[in-house]
Write a protein that binds this ligand. Sequence first.
Ligand SMILES: [Zn+2]
Length: 254
Amino acid sequence: MKIDFHVHQPARQPDGTYPFTADEYIAYMDELGIDISVMLTIDGFWQDPVACNDYLAEWISRASVPGRLIAYCTVDPRKPGAADEVERCVTKLGMRGIKLHNWLQGFSPLEEFMAPVCEKAAELGIPLFFHDGTPPYSTPLQIAHLAVRHPNLNVVLGHAGLHDMWQEAIAAGRRHRNVYLCMSATPPFAMERIVAEVPLEQIVFGTDGGLFHQPRQPYVDYRFREFETLDIPSETKSRILGENALRLLGLEWK
Ligand SMILES: [Zn+2]
């Protein structure tokens, strides 16, 4: 089982089309042996998030095989209806998590308006996935504090601290059992340290693919190859790519 926990839907063009289809991306996943990709918006972080949730759901619904692409919604958490939008995306559009890019969206994760979104995610049993690794609004321990405020919520650090804050991401993972580290664009030496120091069940992997305007994403191939070169046991790699990701997605291990 090979799950890519961090991929973006391609950006929507001004004429409403996309540079590639869901089926074209799934064909590329097949080439690389990827079973499931978690699909996040990119447009929704600076355009109307509600419309972008619909665009993402529609783009995925055109896939000829169901279940290979799992969508996460986004919201503007400042808006009073944000928690209702999360519920709509989960119950009506079949989405399985929330992605917030607090750095691009420009808010601190510790603002009071975050509470209804966190409570709704905990109630629905879905993870809250964040961009992290870039100050001022996306430092790992800032985000991880939500795991203290909402002990039944699974909080995901979508980049495991990126280049500059992976040590802080390790601290967050060691302190809080409900904080997950998605190693995505995290340097290889940092990934090895994360695996050595954070409880294994809290680690998943993603590529941050989808940003190129073609289905064959150089990042995706490169980052899986890089992951394979890490000096960690192959059994550990399988847990990160398979069992851990499935559990976080709320899916059964087959
Ligand atoms: Zn990303």
